[in-house]
Design a protein around this ligand. Structure first.
Ligand code: ADP
Ligand code: MG
Length: 234
């Protein structure tokens, strides 16, 4: 049984870990086992984005998602923000644990996060959610549930930052769950990104703090204008 109230933090050489305590599975052992066998698993999304891999793994009849994020942030302002707010994924494991403890059921569960200080890679183990991703055109159809899901995520200070069908799973019992949560920057500000994407792409209206929205609308408009001036397509 997962004990989301207990997150264990350890360091081992260059690696830093945080993982959920579980009586039956030691997630640290599962991590070691996966790394030893990397390359022998089913790659779910050979992402075109550099250095991001998502694997489906089977362990004792349970399915897990193993994700590697090797994205290194070079922009100075992003690095500074990360210094202030702390490592996004290490915050994510605590916030998702809170959602699980509250039995809120709006997102995937995160069992382990590891950071390799040498290679700057993050590794994560999530639960596999049975069901399927929403198609782009289904987002409107499930608009109320998507809205509810994003607004609840925001109430836990989490953001999608990439609102599209691929990042929402429809479960066999008709629930919508968010996956692939990321952020670069301040979360309170990124909430407005979610609102803008949901509105512009799917006509879904999400309530976000007025001040965040005002700043984003301003920079959003500014980016568009600058692209137009440089003759680039939207
Ligand atoms: N926890 C999960 N449960 C079920 N399917 C998942 C899960 N995580 C990822 N997937 C599947 O893998 C795909 C890619 O994962 P995602 O985390 O969105 O990676 P990327 O960063 O490349 O977009 C998703 O669109 C989904 O189909
Ligand atoms: Mg995705």
């Amino acid at each position: 049984m997962n004990n989301f109230a207990k997150i264990i933090e350890v360091e081992r050489g260059d690696m830093k870990f945080a993982y959920v305590q579980n009586d039956e599975i030691n997630y640290l052992d599962l991590f070691d086992q996966f790394l030893a066998e990397e390359g022998h698993h089913q790659l779910l999304d050979p992402s075109d984005k550099l250095e991001r891999y998502t694997y489906l793994i089977n362990h004792n009849q349970s399915k897990f998602i193993f994700k590697i994020d090797g994205g290194v942030e070079h922009r100075l302002e992003r690095k500074l923000i990360a210094k202030i707010t702390g490592d996004f994924y290490f915050n994510l494991i605590r916030k998702l644990a809170k959602i699980s403890l509250d039995k809120c059921d709006i997102a995937y569960e995160l069992y382990l996060v590891a950071f390799d200080k040498r290679t700057k890679r993050h590794y994560m183990i999530f639960n596999f959610i049975e069901g399927r991703s929403l198609k782009w055109e289904e987002m409107r159809e499930y608009g109320d549930q998507v809205k509810n899901c994003i607004e609840k995520l925001h109430s836990y200070n989490l953001v999608s930052n990439d609102v599209h069908g691929g990042n929402f799973i429809l479960t066999p019992d008709g629930k919508i769950k968010a996956i692939d949560l990321t952020n670069s920057g301040f979360i309170w500000l990124t909430k407005a990104n979610d609102a803008i994407e949901a509105q512009e792409r799917f006509d879904i209206k999400i309530k976000v703090p007025f001040f965040a929205m005002a700043i984003k609308m301003f920079t959003h408009g500014f980016k568009r204008l600058s692209r137009k001036i440089r003759g680039k397509e939207d």
